[in-house]
Design a protein. Structure first.
Length: 171
C-alpha cells in the first residue's frame, strides 16, 4: 500500500495530536502535585490508546522518597493488570525520569516513554545518564521521545521552584 504525501501528513498529525492529548493528561496530574505543594510531575500510562492509570508526585505528602509519579503509575498499572510486565504500554511523564524511575521503567518493560521537559541535573534517560541504553544492556529495550510539550511542562516546574524560593525567603 502506498501513501501520498498528504496521507502521510494526516497520519503524522493524528499521532502528534495523540501525544499532545496524553501529555495534557500528564500535565493535569502535575497540576494536582503542584496544588499539594509537591514537585509538579505528572504521569499517565497508556494501554490500547487509552489512559490506563494516572499518577503524580507524592514524596512530601507520603513522606516517602519512592513516591515519584512514574513509580506510583507503574505500581497502579501492575496492580490493575495483575502482572508486572507492562510490555504493551507507553508512559507519558512531564519531566525526564530520574535514575530510580528509569530503572523501574526498564524492569516493568514499558514499551516507550514520552517525556516533556529535559532534566539536566538528574535526568537518566539522556541528559545525565542513559539508563535505557547501558553498555551491557538490559533484558528489555525502552524507546523514548523527549520534548513533548516541553515548554508547557517546563513552565509549571519553573513556576513551582520560583514560588518555593520566594516562600523560603520569607522564613
Amino acid at each position: 500500500m502506498e501513501f501520498t504525501p498528504e496521507d502521510l501528513q494526516v497520519i503524522i498529525t493524528a499521532m502528534e495530536d495523540q501525544h499532545i492529548k496524553f501529555m495534557k493528561a500528564a500535565l493535569k496530574e502535575a497540576q494536582k502535585a503542584y496544588d499539594k505543594k509537591e514537585c509538579p510531575i505528572g504521569c499517565v500510562i497508556v494501554k490500547d490508546g487509552k489512559v490506563f492509570v494516572r499518577a503524580h508526585n507524592l514524596k512530601l505528602t507520603k513522606s516517602n522518597a519512592l513516591m515519584h509519579a512514574e513509580v506510583i503509575a507503574i505500581d497502579k498499572a501492575c496492580k490493575k493488570l495483575g502482572d508486572w510486565r507492562l510490555n504493551d504500554m507507553d508512559m507519558y511523564v512531564t519531566l525526564e525520569p530520574c535514575t530510580m524511575c528509569s530503572g523501574a521503567i526498564v524492569q516493568s518493560r514499558i514499551r516507550k516513554v514520552y517525556f516533556g521537559a529535559y532534566e539536566p541535573k538528574s535526568g537518566a534517560v539522556c541528559s545525565c545518564n542513559d539508563i535505557f541504553n547501558v553498555e551491557h544492556g538490559h533484558n528489555h529495550k525502552v524507546e523514548f521521545e523527549g520534548g513533548v510539550m516541553e515548554e508547557e511542562c517546563s513552565e509549571l516546574m519553573l513556576k513551582f521552584f520560583k514560588e518555593m524560593r520566594e516562600r523560603n525567603k520569607l522564613k
